[in-house]
Design a protein around this ligand. Structure first.
Ligand code: MG
Length: 297
């Protein structure tokens, strides 16, 4: 409807304004000038009137970005097309779990080259059959590089042998920017507080549904994460946002984070760098990860 109104304005009003402007300058302005030579205030009024007429003509002569004939019934469809810049080419993987051509592979099962321990010293987690396995008590690991806005694919598996319950079963986590945890947990027939179950943003956003597979099976997270923005003085400009597919099921839909995830107390934001490492959590359970890739956005 707005498009149609804009079209009508520029089709009919603009030419009328141009015509009126021409008549004003050819006939009206000379006549007024001739009959007001001795009247100072009349001259000032004429200048003011001229300025208004010029403004109207200027607006009337400003084209819309797409042209003037945008009528949906008999307009030109080409006026609403644009051809550049073209999106760059990306070759997708064979399946949606395989890294596309522009992704950074963070873990392909062969080594920890893109990772380091969050403590001093080497990573103590194990490499087993193309997966990295948490070794309880050895500490978190984190990417060597920092990331902000990103698309992340990661696969995880909680232990086939079920031990413990609640938060003690297959617990790990993926901390975006080192502080915003997407929970990893075995919640297949395992109750816990809903804002701490698998696919929750820990203690903030429960998942929309529980899409867990049984323990011992590989599961996927596909995540779109938008980093928070801060003003110079440290206050929040925009909050972090997250969308998550768990095993292909939407579980977080552009959720807004309240700040860094906390075990105790309320969340809040503290200004940090535009890029920070991704951390994988050692929560004492031998949860495994494989096939991790990321596309900075
Ligand atoms: Mg956790």
């Amino acid at each position: 409807m707005k498009q149609r109104k804009a079209s009508s304005f520029f089709l009919y009003f603009a030419p009328a304004c141009r015509q009126a402007g021409s008549l004003f300058y050819i006939y009206v302005l000379p006549w007024l000038t001739k009959h007001s030579k001795k009247n100072f205030y009349m001259k000032k009024s004429l200048l003011f009137a001229s300025a208004i007429v010029c403004s109207i003509i200027g607006i009337a002569q400003t084209p819309t970005p797409q042209g003037t004939n945008l009528n949906r019934n008999n307009g030109d469809p080409k006026l609403t097309e644009y051809w550049a810049p073209e999106p760059k080419l990306v070759s997708p993987g064979k399946t949606s779990s395989d890294a596309p051509s522009d992704a950074i592979v963070l873990f392909d099962g062969s080594n920890f080259d893109k990772w380091k321990s969050s403590r001093s010293g080497d990573i103590k987690w194990k490499l087993e059959n193309g997966a990295m396995v948490v070794q309880g008590g050895t500490g978190n690991i984190q990417t060597k590089d920092g990331f902000g806005d990103c698309q992340l694919h990661i696969e995880w598996r909680t232990p086939a042998e079920v031990k413990g319950d609640g938060q003690g079963r297959g617990n790990s986590g993926i901390f975006f920017m080192g502080r915003y945890e997407l929970q990893v947990l075995d919640n297949y027939n395992n109750k816990t507080y809903v804002n701490g179950q698998a696919a929750s943003i820990y203690k903030q956003l429960p998942p929309l549904v529980n899409a867990c597979r049984p323990p011992g099976e590989w599961q996927t997270y596909d995540v779109i994460f938008t980093a928070p923005r801060f003003y110079e003085n440290g206050t929040v400009k925009t909050q972090a946002r997250i969308t998550v597919l768990h095993n292909g099921v939407l579980v977080q839909n552009d959720g807004v984070l309240l700040g860094g995830t906390q075990y105790i107390g309320v969340s809040n934001y503290e200004k940090h760098n535009e890029k920070e490492p991704i951390i994988l959590q050692d929560h004492g359970n031998p949860t495994a990860f494989r096939n991790i890739w990321i596309r900075p956005l």
